[in-house]
Design a binder for this molecule. Structure first.
Ligand SMILES: *Cc1c(COP(=O)(O)O)cnc(C)c1O
Length: 480
């Protein structure tokens, strides 16, 4: 492909993308294909002869598009969003264009230094302490793994890295029963053993019960275990519950554990001063993660990981073979020493575009707007009378279920709401997902997509009440 061919195709592609964004709300937001449908339309073997871009692109519309769920649709209310924005998209295009591999300062000084600067901007924007240092990781899961590995190394005086676990105490890790599965994964990968992850029960608001936490740590100590790390959830995945950091920080100090904060989704709310209560006690934390790729309008992937003791992080990961030795070693950050991967994408660029082109005020406005839409939806649920709110709403996630008569059994309610979810998603007009809280099936609606407005939320509400009535009338759930 020549430069001139690239220029002309790329212009067309950008036009296509602009049209896509104009019309994305009209696509079925959740892909309606069945397993295997897409693969069946693709050739089994690669082409021997080259093909022009036009014929490749034809297949985007014909084959790929029907198999896409449209995460950038304003009608996307599922999971947590992976929300993008035009500023971020422009940054992502440039990152691909430079194609730089940003493992060390020398391999692209601007990539390293921009990452240092935007991560410090983010630190200021979220109200984290001045002695926290930031690095961009690919995901919240990776950030939490880095935290647990660093905790392990610091506690063992870097012996596990060198000699393995022989002669070490049995380390214990604590988190709430509602903590994200990435904590489980990290504990397994770090070689600590899943049995040593202690899940603490939650209270009525789905936050960790700190009295039980303290008791379990005390009991473990008596039994000869070594408490290693407490993971605090600020915004659980199920219901965005917030653990009481301040109280947990005291426990962490008392038992000298690493204190890691997982704010993957709700960390963005720290841009709003009315949410800073969440990080009371933050000075005692060792590490903190939140994902701008969830609710800060920055294309997946971009996870912001902050640590207090950056030397411990670097000592955990740094290896400098001869072929990577450089003149500036020790004078500039080599971010490949701050995590698992050697090779790194230039991810700071899209974040820089987002922060500059929205401005902090623009970002705050958007976050507050999303929260206000959730407040409205919650009012409608309460006014309608036959919906049950299943967990307190703190941000812009609603957990609820349809409970029309009050005399359905728990099993019938589960089935009713499962069917309701399916019926709603099958229309292609919304995408919502579910969770279970205290064993009960709940619909889970997150209002956080970049371009979602009141109009889309009203449509989702209308669809919910239409389908609720329909499902009762259809007799699909007929308890009597
Ligand atoms: C989404 C989420 C994660 C995982 O984030 P990834 O970037 O997908 O790995 C971790 N913790 C919480 C609370 C989350 O909501």
């Amino acid at each position: 492909m020549s430069v001139e061919d690239f220029r002309s195709e790329a212009h067309k592609l950008v036009d296509w993308i602009a049209e896509y964004y104009k019309n994305v709300a009209d696509y079925p937001v959740k892909s309606q294909v069945n397993p295997g449908d897409i693969a069946a339309r693709l050739p089994d073997a690669p082409p021997d002869d080259k093909e022009p871009f036009s014929s490749v692109f034809e297949d985007i519309e014909k084959i790929i598009l029907p198999g896409m769920s449209h995460w950038q649709s304003p009608k996307f209310f599922a999971y947590f969003p992976a929300n993008a924005s035009f500023p971020s998209l422009l940054g992502e295009i440039l990152t691909a264009a430079f194609g730089a591999q940003c493992m060390k300062w020398e391999t692209s000084p601007a990539a390293t230094e921009l990452e240092e600067v935007v991560m410090d901007w983010l630190r200021q924007m979220t109200g984290l302490p001045e002695n926290f240092h930031g690095v961009i990781q690919d995901s919240g899961s990776t950030s939490t793994l880095c935290a647990i590995l660093t905790a392990r190394e610091k506690a063992s005086r870097f012996v596990v890295n060198k000699a393995g676990f022989y002669g070490q105490p049995i380390y214990r890790i604590y988190c709430s029963a509602e903590a994200h599965s990435s904590v489980d994964k990290a504990v397994r990968i770090a070689g600590l053993g899943h049995d040593n992850l202690v899940k603490i029960p939650v209270d009525d608001a789905y936050s960790i019960d700190t009295r039980i936490l303290k008791k379990r740590i005390e009991d473990d100590k008596q039994m000869g275990y070594r408490p290693l790390c407490i993971v605090v959830a600020l915004g659980t995945t199920g219901s965005t519950a917030v653990d009481p950091l301040d109280e947990i920080a005291c426990i962490s100090k008392e038992y000298d554990t690493w204190l890691h904060i997982d704010a993957a989704y709700a960390g963005s709310a720290l841009l709003l001063h009315e949410y800073r209560w969440m990080i009371k006690g933050i000075e005692a934390a060792d590490s903190f993660v939140f994902n701008p790729h969830k609710w800060l309008f920055t294309n997946f992937d971009c996870s912001a990981y902050f640590v207090r003791d950056k030397d411990a992080l670097i000592k955990t990961f740094q290896l400098v073979p001869e072929y990577l030795k450089s003149q500036v070693h020790g004078h500039a950050n080599d971010y490949s020493d701050w995590g698992i991967q050697l090779g790194r994408r230039f991810r700071a660029l899209k974040l820089w575009f987002v922060i500059r082109m929205f401005g902090v005020k623009g970002l705050q406005e958007k976050l507050r707007y999303h929260i206000s839409l959730a407040v409205e939806f919650e009012k409608w649920l309460l006014q309608a009378g036959d919906y049950e709110i299943m967990a307190p709403r703190l941000f812009n996630l609603l957990c609820f279920r349809y409970n029309p008569s009050g005399d359905l059994s728990e099993d019938e309610l589960d089935l009713l709401n499962e069917n309701l979810l399916k019926e709603m998603n099958n229309t292609g007009k919304v995408y919502i997902t579910h969770t279970r809280l205290k064993g009960k099936y709940c619909l889970r609606l997150v209002i956080a997509q970049t371009n979602t407005t009141m109009e889309h939320v009203e449509q989702a509400w209308q669809l919910l009440i239409d389908k609720s009535v329909q499902i009762i009338n259809s007799g699909k759930i007929n308890p009597r």
